[in-house]
Write a protein of this length. Structure first.
Length: 317
């Protein structure tokens, strides 16, 4: 009897132990599940393309899909703005300056005249150059824009023959009627044409069309302006003998003589005028040669119709 009671007690104890173990393992499982649930409620981390970190709520309910914490952005670094290198200041293009004039064999103590021809070059310019060369003479050719464009080779021919190329404006307008800006364009654009044609960079003396140069013109044109002492009226008479008579009537030492190389009759008149001047003892040269020989510096904005005489030159020297 006593033995049976002992067996029953052992069986009961064993059952209680089993039951206790079962409850222990159930408790462990619940604890494990609760931990996973808390992790799930805490959310997951996601990294964006811009390097930010976002914690996203993955629980269900009214707050589904909302961020639980503020997006954390990396602290921007202060980018160093490069100091721009200072642009080099452009070197100003120097204004062309008149070239020194060679006076050759010109004697300032003897009579001198300067021949000048306007409005060319033209088909008659070559004949005039031939006459000048045959007498060892030079002249100044005041050229207009249209004919510079039409006859660039003739511009070069005048220049290369030792004669003087000069500026008679682009369009032969009366400068007295223009604004200062338009006056400047007429003169400077023609200078550019001459320089481009000749492949040089220089300034030229200017003859204002019709000899018109009011105060605005004088204040604007940054070149010496050449008028004339003798107007041969060759454009009007178109008569070589009449041209010669005008020269005989008005020529003096230091005079500037005006003709136009547009006309065949002027080319013929040159064949009369040049030998007559030589017979009278005149040296025949360009405008700039005459002023250089007599030691007279032509000034920008001033007009000149003649140069000092040999007598005046001797007094000054």
């Amino acid at each position: 009897m006593k033995k049976n009671f002992l067996n029953i007690a052992l069986i009961v104890t064993a059952c209680l132990a089993v039951i206790a173990l079962v409850f222990f393992f159930i408790k462990l499982e619940n604890i494990s599940k609760d931990g996973k649930t808390q992790d799930s409620k805490a959310g997951t981390e996601k990294t964006g393309d811009d390097g930010t970190v976002k914690v996203v709520n993955t629980s269900t309910g009214d707050n589904e899909g909302k961020d639980l914490v503020e997006i954390l952005k990396p602290t921007p670094t202060n980018a160093t703005t490069p100091t721009p290198s200072p642009s080099p200041s452009p070197t100003p293009t120097p204004s062309p300056t008149p070239e020194p004039v060679s006076v050759g064999n010109i004697d300032p103590n003897k009579p001198i005249v300067a021949l000048s021809y306007d409005d060319g070059p033209s088909t008659n310019t070559k004949s005039i150059l031939d006459t000048l060369e045959s007498y060892g003479a030079h002249a100044t050719f005041f050229m207009v824009g249209e004919n510079i464009d039409l006859h660039p080779d003739w511009v070069k021919m005048v220049y290369e023959s030792g004669n003087e190329v000069a500026n008679h404006t682009v369009n032969h307008k009366n400068l007295n009627t223009l604004s200062a800006e338009d006056i400047r364009k007429e003169v400077e654009n023609n200078q550019d044409k001459l320089n481009k044609t000749l492949g040089v960079e220089k300034k030229y003396i200017v003859r204002p069309p019709y000899g018109n140069a009011n105060d605005t013109v004088k204040a604007t044109v940054e070149h010496p302006m050449i008028l004339w002492w003798v107007d041969t009226l060759d454009w009007k008479s178109k008569d070589p003998q009449a041209v010669l008579e005008e020269v005989k009537k008005s020529t003096k030492d230091g005079a500037i003589i005006l003709m136009h190389d547009l006309y065949a009759t002027t080319a013929e008149a040159t064949k009369l005028v040049v030998p007559w001047l030589k017979e009278q003892g005149y040296q025949i040269c360009s405008v700039s040669e005459m002023f250089a020989a007599r030691g007279v510096k032509m000034e920008n904005g001033k007009t000149y119709n003649s140069c000092i005489s040999a007598e005046k030159y001797k007094e000054q020297n």
